[in-house]
Design a protein around this ligand. Structure first.
Ligand code: SF4
Ligand code: SF4
Length: 408
């Protein structure tokens, strides 16, 4: 196993971390014997970082990892978990959730603690509830060692958040396709320049970069290095970059874990030759040539006065074709219809034209959004979301009423 140093505190972190979102399951629950076997193999092979979150595996991932730690592994790993913005609706929720996490994990101290899935909206929400003061306090009390955030927004928001606090680390979605998307390479280098450790999530885009790949991609890899696996190309591309501290992988099968462990062995900074980097860049071009809208995610068109998240609409629409993800429509529903509060789907566009003059790619945004609407939004989506909004509204009212009612 290779290790890289967190410049902020000297922690020596394995370049492969274990993501607690994709443990093997049986009948909808974590298959604990199988998952324990995987974790044991990982830790005994040198993996020393386990990442989880409050809602992974319907809220059972932290409790399961707590059981694993209690089997004599607590001192062998750094443990990381995250505060979910969608569950915080009052300042007191921060303490409630955090104490629940410590109880489930069975630890006094959480080594790496993150604000989960930051973007412009969730960041504002955390600020509203004074979350930075909360983080300062629990760190002072010795309950967490390192403070960071995971991120799914745009580059400008990323830099704004990096500059807003003395973070120890961050976690970004980064892979051969996302070099210029979300935080991207620019964000990676920006955070590293501030001595923050940078952890990478979605290194294989949820497995899509190694499954159902276009024939041209397979041919390009095979021609460059016969027999080398797509996972090896994708992971080595990450570990080649010295700014990447660690790559998280949610390994469901022993074969995945063993393959990843073997790839770590010679994955040092600057391990790729120029020819290999060119192969990855060619592969990226093949993928990008399959995208429907040439949007780079630069955000210059934002904000839309009618609330459309233009780059996200194009990103999800592209992903459906780029990665052959037929279930993308359901994901689009969840993401764009207001899971975090504000709907931002394509059909909110009123064709005002404000965004048109800002797009460096000269995309005919209102017309391309109509294409997204036709393809991604079924006739049932909006009525269904109205029902969901109505149910959530009732739940909120009931929660407020029970908070205000006198205690007996
Ligand atoms: S044209 Fe549509 S997407 Fe563009 S700013 Fe106006 S409403 Fe928003
Ligand atoms: S300005 Fe154009 S390229 Fe940039 S995010 Fe908006 S649509 Fe995409």
């Amino acid at each position: 196993m290779q290790y890289r140093i967190n410049q902020k505190n000297g922690d020596s972190i394995s370049i492969l971390g274990y993501g607690g979102m994709r443990f093997p399951t049986r009948a909808g629950f974590i298959d604990e014997p199988k998952a324990i076997e995987l974790l044991k193999k990982a830790v005994e092979s040198g993996v020393n970082y386990i990442d989880t979150a409050y809602f992974y595996h319907a809220g059972t991932s932290e409790g399961f990892i707590g059981k694993f730690l209690a089997m004599g592994y607590r001192d062998k790993v750094f443990i990381a978990t995250k505060m979910p913005p969608w569950s915080v609706n009052a300042k007191e929720d921060l303490d409630k959730i955090f104490e629940d996490q410590r109880r489930k994990l069975g630890v006094d101290v959480i080594d790496y603690y993150l604000l989960h899935a930051l973007n412009d909206e969730s960041w504002e929400k955390f600020l509203k509830y004074d979350t930075l003061a909360f983080l300062d306090r629990i760190r002072r009390e010795g309950k967490i060692r390192n403070v960071g955030f995971s991120f799914h927004g745009d580059r400008l928001t990323f830099k704004r958040i990096v500059d807003a606090y003395d973070w120890d680390f961050c976690q970004i979605q980064y892979n051969i396709l996302d070099e210029f998307n979300q935080a991207g390479k620019e964000g990676l280098q920006y955070a590293a320049s501030k001595q923050m450790a940078v952890f990478v999530m979605e290194p294989l885009r949820g497995g899509s970069l190694i499954k159902k790949m276009p024939a041209e991609v397979l041919a390009a890899y095979e021609q460059a290095a016969p027999g080398r696996t797509p996972a090896s190309w994708a992971l080595k591309w990450l570990w080649d970059q010295p700014e990447v501290t660690m790559v998280l992988s949610g390994m469901t099968e022993m074969a995945h874990l063993e393959e990843n462990l073997s790839i770590t062995l010679d994955s040092t900074p600057n391990c790729l030759s120029d020819a290999e980097k060119k192969t990855v860049s060619d592969v990226r071009q093949i993928y990008l040539s399959k995208q429907r809208v040439p949007c780079t995610g630069c955000q210059y068109c934002m904000p839309c006065p009618f609330g459309v998240d233009i780059p996200r609409c194009f990103d999800l629409y592209n992903s459906k074709y780029l990665l052959n993800q037929k279930n993308m429509r359901g994901f689009y529903w969840l993401q764009m219809a207001g899971m975090n509060g504000k709907p931002s789907y394509a059909s909110l566009c009123r064709e005002c034209g404000k965004c048109l003059t800002h797009c460096p790619q000269q995309i005919d945004i209102p017309n391309r959004l109509k294409e997204v609407t036709a393809d991604m939004e079924s006739v049932l989506m909006k009525p269904a979301m109205r029902v969901v909004g109505w149910v959530l509204g009732i739940q909120k009212k009931l929660a407020k009423r029970s908070k205000n009612s006198p205690k007996l």
